[in-house]
Design a protein around this ligand. Structure first.
Ligand SMILES: NC(=O)C1=CN([C@@H]2O[C@H](COP(=O)(O)OP(=O)(O)OC[C@H]3O[C@@H](n4cnc5c(N)ncnc54)[C@H](O)[C@@H]3O)[C@@H](O)[C@H]2O)C=CC1
Ligand SMILES: O=C([O-])CC(=O)C(=O)O
Length: 266
């Protein structure tokens, strides 16, 4: 579900055998996007007419790489149809009612939702010390063009076109960040879910016209000590909002899902 930057690369990884699975069906609200994806593949999946059909076939897992709205509309029915689900638009899960409904559905239908680490690392360590955490902060720096189109700019006076030096665009909680920048800061949602929650995880978003990277800096402190994690991601060529690592992390999660053998890491 979602045939953009992430969905296309996942499909190509299945087609090339890197992920040992079969891609049977795809869906995108844009027919051009789904047709363009299918045209790139040797083994052609069926394009379905509505997203609920994806889980009506006997598949093992449905992969969401579309939008928070797609998660809100389709995630529950996927679990109800007894399919596992991988979610990239993790920001949708910061709505507690959605989180609770999906979490209960996982238990009820004995299914799992997979959230790849996306564009960051360090989630394994933060997860391990979660009971001892006192603070978690995330600073994300992107080129202004990678922040374009965010809901935040509908009401803000900041004009991205006029930014000439590093400028702090937003400072606040992960909850606010994810609602104002839904396509930019899913990583804040991931950090919130494994750490101190979305009201206590603090986020700073910086626009830097002189960078060609999507940089995420995480600092976590608590009764275990202090850790910091910095990553300078190369953005995807087709969608500069999305880092190459987010795509690779989705591919690795699915590769692991489709493989047996030794599993390394927390
Ligand atoms: N967890 C993480 O670390 C990361 C998550 N993301 C998120 O993953 C999602 C996909 O990212 P990209 O592939 O880079 O985006 P993209 O914009 O390149 O592609 C998204 C595709 O989904 C389609 N789409 C949008 N709403 C839809 C819906 N309701 N149902 C079906 N299709 C729909 C669009 O037409 C588009 O073709 C986005 O929500 C993005 O914010 C992106 C990067 C990192
Ligand atoms: O890919 C990235 O650098 C992060 C991103 O867009 C997100 O978390 O939504």
């Amino acid at each position: 579900m979602g045939c953009g930057a992430i969905g296309t690369q996942i499909a190509l990884a299945i087609d090339s055998g890197k992920i040992p699975g079969t891609l049977t069906h795809v869906y995108d609200t844009s027919k051009d996007a789904s047709s363009s994806l299918v045209s790139k593949l040797k083994n052609k999946p069926i394009i379905v007419e509505n997203p609920h059909l994806l889980s009506s076939y006997p598949v093992d897992i449905v992969v969401e790489a579309a939008s928070q709205e797609a998660v809100r509309n389709v995630a529950h029915s996927v679990l109800q149809n007894k399919r596992d689900l991988m979610i990239m638009s993790v920001g949708a899960l910061l709505d507690e009612s959605i989180y609770d409904i999906l979490s209960e559905a996982c238990e009820h239908f004995h299914k799992t939702i997979y959230l790849p680490s996306g564009a960051i690392g360090g989630l394994d360590t933060i997860k391990s010390v979660s009971d001892l955490l006192e603070s978690v902060t995330l600073t994300t720096t992107k080129h202004p063009k990678s922040l374009k189109g965010a809901k935040f700019f509908e009401t803000s006076k900041i004009d991205l076109e006029k930014i000439t030096t590093q400028t702090i665009i937003f400072e606040g909680t992960a909850k606010e960040a994810v609602s104002q920048f839904p396509a930019n800061i899913n990583v804040a949602a991931l950090l919130s879910l494994v750490g101190v929650g979305s009201e206590k995880t603090m986020v700073k978003i910086v626009a830097d016209p002189n960078t060609d990277k999507n940089t995420h800096t995480i600092v976590a402190q608590g009764k275990f000590g202090k850790m910091s994690f910095n990553i300078e991601n190369i953005p995807d060529e087709t969608n500069p909002k999305t880092s190459k690592l987010a795509i690779l992390s989705a591919i690795e999660t699915l590769r692991k899902y489709c493989s047996s053998g030794i599993s390394i890491g927390t």
